[in-house]
Design a protein around this ligand. Sequence first.
Ligand SMILES: [Fe+2]
Length: 164
Amino acid sequence: MSSDAIVLLKQEHKDLQRLFKDYRALDPAGSAARGELAQQIVHDLLVHSYLVDEVLYPLVSALLRDPAHEALRDYRDHAAIDRLCEEVAARPADDPGFAGLVDALLSAATQQMSQEEREWFPRLRATLRRKDLQEIGVRLLAVRETAPRHRPGPVSGAPQGAPG
Ligand SMILES: [Fe+2]
C-alpha cells in the first residue's frame, strides 16, 4: 500500500464519505443507531483533522520553510468542523437538535474535503517531492494510531464572541 500522504488522506476522505452515506441511509426515527454512527464519524473526523492540522501542515511548512508559500495560501484549518464535532459529541441522539447538527457537520466536512481535493492536494502534489510526501505519509500512519480524540485546549470554553 502506498504511503503517499495525499493518497492516504484521500482514502480517509473516501472512508468518511462512506460513513456519511451509511448515516444518511439510517431511519431518522432510529436515534440509537444514528447516535452511535454519528459518534464514530465524530471520532474519525477528529483524528483526520488532527493528522492534517498537527502533522501534515507543520511538516509541509517546515519543508517549504515558508508558511505563506503558494502551496499553503488557501489552506483552511479544521477548527469549524472540530467545533461541530464537539457539539455533536456532547448532545444525546434523541435531542431535537441532534439531526440538524449532524447534517451541518456532514455538509461542512463534505465541502471541506472536496475543496482540499480540488485545490489544496494538487498544489501540494505540485510543490513537494514524491519522497517527501511518502515520508509524511509514513509519519501520518504512525501518528494515526495514537491521535487524540479531542483537540488540545478548551473548545467549548472559548470566550463568547471570539473570532471563529
Ligand atoms: Fe481532509
